[in-house]
Design a protein around this ligand. Structure first.
Ligand code: SR1
Ligand code: MG
Length: 397
């Protein structure tokens, strides 16, 4: 493993020194530091001063995947990718991303806006909170980031420079393995209760399904359409009642437009499935979540089309029929990628609290079976599934 010379993991003390060196706090201010990272890969230090009320986040990449340990080395370059993706999104949709103050390529940390007044969307949804602007915000974020980094808007030279800048092979490989390969075979990274094995083996033995997943993986490997977030699950979204911030784009690269939308929808569906356990009135909360899916797609597709018509620079944006063909393909990809994400979050390496918290185990298994069936259906039938039929299927589960 190659680690940059002078790289060292930060401690609470050195993180405070870093924050001081950025001149964010005055020299004599007493700082409180806590490591609050609960993700799979990085350290996240929150540094605050009760004196000035100011606070800052220092996020540092570790040279390995925290979720597994030092046996899984991982490039520090992901910290650069993340800070540059946040800055790029900040140029396009500043209202939906944290501000970046500084990036250090040697220590692989980024200093950014503290969003401690926000909660992680996954947690908020599990606890039954509704976010009235969520769909509008996510749909707008997706439409703008995905359109303004695409060939429909950028000069081809600029676009190809960005493809180079955001070349992210190691993090892509994680997704290629954990989303598109391992869950569909008997791999060591998979994790599921014994009682779920018959449902899992049904997936592994479904040749038609495997054939379709191969095509989705190939799309992810080859289709450099837009600068995508690359890991847009509900743990990468911070919310308050009125505001939404998309964080953690360390998996960003040029990929298929439908991937981000599919991951978001998949994680909303996983939460909806789990509400049969979490909610006191499951149907009402599930209906709210289905409306989030419907509105997100409507906002995304309408705004993407408006950008196309008003800001498109590529010659073929003058042909509206092309836009509807592209959006049809994006929808089909969205459904297929959502299916892969649902399956990998149910039996793969990075499981989700929504389902893992369900008790007793028999109930959890029943809900996981539902998730696996839905995921397989989405993958195999994505060419004929419409938004309406997808919602109808969800409502009938
Ligand atoms: C080893 S990383 C596991 C998962 O965590 C990240 O958030 C990505 O979703 C990745 O697949
Ligand atoms: Mg993450």
């Amino acid at each position: 493993m190659h680690i940059a010379q002078n790289y060292t993991p930060l401690t609470e003390e050195s993180a405070a020194e870093v924050a001081r060196s950025l001149k964010y706090f005055s020299n004599n201010e007493k700082l409180e530091v806590s490591e609050i990272g609960d993700g799979n890969l990085n350290y996240v230090f929150r540094i605050c001063s009760s004196q000035s009320g100011k606070s800052i986040i220092i996020k540092q990449a570790l040279p390995y995947a925290k979720v597994v340990g030092e046996s899984w080395p991982l490039t520090l370059d992901r910290a650069r990718i993340e800070s540059e993706a946040l800055k790029k999104a900040g140029e396009i949709v500043p209202e939906f991303v944290p501000k970046v103050y500084h990036h250090d390529p040697i220590l692989a940390y980024t200093a950014m806006e503290d969003l401690s007044s926000y909660v992680i969307l996954r947690k908020g949804l599990i606890e039954g909170y509704r976010y009235p602007h969520l769909a509008k915000h996510i749909g707008t974020y997706l439409a703008h980031t995905l359109f303004y980094t695409s060939d429909w808007y950028l000069h081809p030279f600029e676009k190809k420079e960005l493809v180079k800048q955001f070349s992210n092979p190691e993090l892509c490989k994680i997704t290629e393995d954990l989303v598109f390969t391992d869950p569909f075979f008997d791999s060591d990274t998979n994790s599921f209760p014994d009682a779920l094995r018959p449902a899992v083996e049904k997936i592994w033995n479904d040749d038609d399904l495997i054939h379709e997943v191969a095509q989705l993986k190939y799309a992810f490997l080859t289709r450099a359409e837009s600068l995508i977030h690359g890991d847009l699950h509900t743990g990468s979204i911070f919310v308050t009642e009125n505001s939404t911030k998309i964080i953690d784009p360390e998996f960003a690269f040029y990929g298929p437009i439908g991937f981000d939308i599919g991951q978001f929808i998949a994680n909303i569906i996983l939460n909806a499935i789990s509400q049969e356990y979490h909610a006191s009135q499951p149907q009402a909360f599930q209906e709210y979540l289905y409306q989030v899916i419907e509105e997100t797609w409507h906002v995304f597709s309408n705004q993407f089309l408006q950008n196309w018509q008003q800001r498109g620079t590529e010659k073929y944006t003058q042909t509206v029929k092309v836009a509807s063909t592209i959006l049809k393909q994006v929808w089909e990809d969205t459904v297929g990628f959502a299916g892969c994400e649902i399956i990998r979050r149910t039996i793969g390496l990075a499981l989700v609290a929504d389902l893992e918290l369900v008790k007793p185990l028999e109930k959890q298994i029943q809900l996981k079976q539902q998730a696996l069936e839905l995921g397989a259906l989405f993958i195999k039938e994505r060419r004929s599934i419409t938004l309406e039929s997808l919602l109808q299927t969800l409502r009938s589960v």
